[in-house]
Write a protein that binds this ligand. Structure first.
Ligand SMILES: Cc1cc2nc3c(=O)[nH]c(=O)nc-3n(C[C@H](O)[C@H](O)[C@H](O)COP(=O)(O)OP(=O)(O)OC[C@H]3O[C@@H](n4cnc5c(N)ncnc54)[C@H](O)[C@@H]3O)c2cc1C
Length: 496
């Protein structure tokens, strides 16, 4: 049994702590903030409760598996409700499309867009049943291997027919030849930090998994999911010490031996797991000689995702007929030039945006007759130096004016509570490097073995978990990363 010190109670930290404690280790989490959950921690504003980050829960079995692997029943901690439709999209030309797991209803909508689309969708869907088999477990669901480890003839032979070298855009265009369908199915690339023309088509699996398994909402919100994971970790014996910022990882002869807390106290540990945002953690928690190849220079060369402008509204009315997830895809998404392709400048003319309307299926977050709205607009990360003091109010007004495009009429007159985040908020209050909320982007040079490694290359007994490591930045992939962290710890402890 090892003593493990874990920095950060984000989703990756909580999931790793659960697994490590279930494996018999003594785990203590040191979390800087008063509340566990990281970007998922949420907040209250008067009578309203808000989720801060994630609103889309994919592949619930991964959560079930996390709890079950730890000998627990997920449903005893948090309930999930299925959202329907999965997401409603409104396009630049005013057409609409509901992505839904009711495939018959989806085919009918496609037929209204163009008669040949349902048959094309059927071919695409059948192909993805197979792609999921050859892609999910070997590539997403297992610990990352060395580059040579990916050169297995049988695996390669199974994967190559799916043309992983294509971009998401090329992939969906080949299948559908319709810009609306292409962008409807490839929009999750934004959450991978990339435009569909730059993102690998391996991520078409996300669209498939949303059709196949639906999109879900944790009752009480994602902040309730964070609390459920924290409670489960504690039930497994984990100590969570909130309001306890860590100053640095202590190393002795190239091995992690504990932490120095901001208070000056030192805690000894056999192993250290860091769940703080990777680039932030490398810069702030490691001494220069422990950073390995991740020097400032190298971090400057990595590609990070966009950030998000957030408006969290508590309002004294409800929009009963509007779906949980809605996305407006403006014509700017069709552009291939900078800054549209890389979010390197603020789009203050016609930005795409997303609205979540959670109160309708989960009234727990607002008083009777009231509701909350979660408005998200992709914006440049802080590398591109937007002056938010100068832009924030005007940008907020622009987005509020445009809410009717998604059916949210007359919102301004009903606002009781309003909280806003910019890229600077994510950077300063959530300790996210550049405020790049979806972490390192997922281009070929930052995928699989090319992402930062879970098992540190520079320091023995040090592990990283979270959105920056393999397999990637969403909750689903972070939960897979936590499985890999526990795997590497077990492997290293078993080594002579
Ligand atoms: C607006 C938004 C929308 C999103 N939507 C989705 C979605 O719909 N679906 C989805 O799957 N994902 C979504 N994501 C992504 C998801 O939230 C993140 O990928 C995930 O939260 C990252 O988890 P993590 O474990 O890597 O780290 P984090 O959530 O960043 O947690 C890291 C923790 O480490 C702590 N920490 C940092 N430094 C220190 C220190 N020195 N000492 C102690 N503690 C420290 C922090 O306080 C924090 O609690 C969204 C993110 C955002 C911001």
């Amino acid at each position: 049994m090892a003593t493990i010190a874990l920095v950060g109670a984000g989703p990756g930290g909580l999931a790793s702590a659960m697994r490590l404690a279930a494996a018999g280790h003594r785990v203590t989490i040191y979390e800087a903030h008063a509340r566990a959950g990281g970007r998922m921690r949420g907040f209250d504003a008067g009578p309203y409760g808000f989720d801060t980050g994630p609103t889309i829960l994919q592949v619930p079995r991964v959560y079930d598996q996390l709890f079950a692997d730890c000998g627990l029943n997920r449903e005893a901690y948090v309930q999930f409700r299925r959202v329907s439709p999965n997401t409603r999209l409104r396009f630049w030309d005013d057409t609409m499309l509901d992505l839904t797991s009711d495939l018959e209803a989806f085919r009918a909508q496609l037929a209204a867009l163009r008669p040949d689309l349902p048959a094309r969708f059927d071919r695409w869907y059948m192909e993805h049943i197979q792609k999921n088999i050859v892609g999910y477990e070997p590539y997403l669901g297992t610990p990352v291997r060395s580059i040579a480890g990916y050169l297995k003839p049988l695996e390669l032979a199974a994967a190559l027919p799916f043309r992983p070298w294509e971009s998401l855009y090329q992939h969906f265009w080949r299948h559908f030849a319709d810009e609306r369908v292409v962008y409807a199915l490839s929009y999750p690339s934004k959450y991978l930090g990339m435009h569909p023309t730059r993102c690998s088509s391996v991520f078409s699996l996300i669209a498939y998994l949303e059709f196949a398994d639906g999109i879900w909402h944790p009752v009480g919100g994602f902040r309730a999911l964070a609390q459920a994971m924290a409670q489960a970790a504690q039930d497994l014996g984990v100590t969570i010490s909130c309001n306890t910022p860590v100053k640095r990882v202590v190393t002795t002869n190239g091995r992690a031996t504990g932490l120095e807390l901001a208070s000056g106290e030192r805690v000894a540990a056999d192993l250290v797991v860091v769940n703080a945002d990777f680039a932030h953690g490398v810069r702030h928690l490691l001494d220069e000689h422990d950073r390995g190849r991740y020097t400032d220079d190298r971090l400057d060369k990595l590609h990070f995702s966009c950030s998000t402008f957030m408006i969290y509204l508590g309002i004294n009315r409800r929009y009963e007929d509007l779906p949980h997830h809605q996305l407006y895809l403006s014509k700017h998404i069709l552009r291939r030039d900078r800054p549209y392709i890389d979010d390197s400048a603020l789009d203050d003319v016609d930005p795409p945006f997303y609205v979540c309307n959670p109160t309708i299926i989960d009234p727990s977050n607002a008083p009777d007759g009231h509701s909350t709205l979660f408005v998200l607009v992709p914006i440049p990360n802080t590398r591109y130096g937007v002056d938010w003091a100068a832009h924030e109010q005007r940008y907020r007004d622009l987005i509020i004016e445009r809410l009717p495009m998604l059916g949210y009429h007359d919102v301004a007159a009903h606002i009781v509570s309003e909280t806003r985040y910019t890229a600077q908020t994510w950077q300063d209050e959530f300790a996210v490097h550049l405020g790049a909320v979806f972490n390192l982007s997922h281009g070929w040079t930052q995928l699989g073995p090319f992402r930062p490694h879970i098992r540190s290359d520079a320091v023995r007994g040090l592990y990283w978990v979270g959105g920056a490591v393999h397999p990637g930045s969403g909750l689903l992939t972070i939960l897979e990363a936590a499985k890999s962290t526990a795997h590497f710890v077990a492997q290293d402890l078993a080594a002579p």
